[in-house]
Design a binder for this molecule. Sequence first.
Ligand SMILES: [Ca+2]
Ligand SMILES: [Ca+2]
Length: 278
Amino acid sequence: MRRIPLVISLLAALLAGPALAMAAAGGSGGTSPTETTTTDTPPADDDNPCTGEGSEDLRCPNLIMGKPEDVYAQRGANRTLLRGGNRIINVGDGPMELRGRRKSPLRAFRMAVTQAIKKRSGGYLLRKTEGELFFKPIPGQYRYWKFVDAGALEIWTLDSSGKPLKRVRKSPKKVYCLRDLLRMSGPPSGSPRGRVYPGCSQDPNARRVTLGTSVGWIDRYPSSYYQQYVDVTGLKGEFAFVMIADPNDHLAESDEDDNTSYTRVRLPATRDGYLPGY
Ligand SMILES: [Ca+2]
Ligand SMILES: [Ca+2]
């Protein structure tokens, strides 16, 4: 496959809006996810202790998605893949900590997920979620225990003002490790200087694992990584390349409306591929 650079929008911006999240849930699909058993529109875990009464005693996490990075089209004989890197960043008051517990049968390689939210008064609030960990195979790297539905990469049509309107394609990838890979510059207060959640377990026999991303830390996935693409074969016109953290809202956060970012792209990609006015 050839790598064709594609100019992306300078106007790429965080999209703060429940409207997109709602539309995402109702959008029509393109390619299907291969490693998740969840449907397109699972019920959200709506018992959010991080908002409303009692939340003042909690150090809640808040995930945001960094802007799509290093976006380019990879063209083959029959398919064109739009690749892009992303960053899942915790800008909250406390860590996003997930505790997995093995489900049976063991050969299914799945764990149930409890979210552990730090209390200001000490200890943790433990909150069961509908999310899962999966022992995800990665070519050439064996397998890792990762969180299913951590992030979504999608292609959306644009409305008349250039904002995402409707999903038309989605990435096969939704499974991420969650870890402390990079520390933000100017992190929020309470950000640990060193890694607390350094990487994901590769132990096939593990009964319990803990994943997480600390305050002020970033889990980054370059565009060249496995499944870090959306298949855009046959699409023509201007679209939004949309990335969403915790798209099915399994995880409680202090802000649920800041999880999406996007950039605009013109398809199909050409060699010079520039978008007038973008
Ligand atoms: Ca958030
Ligand atoms: Ca959430």
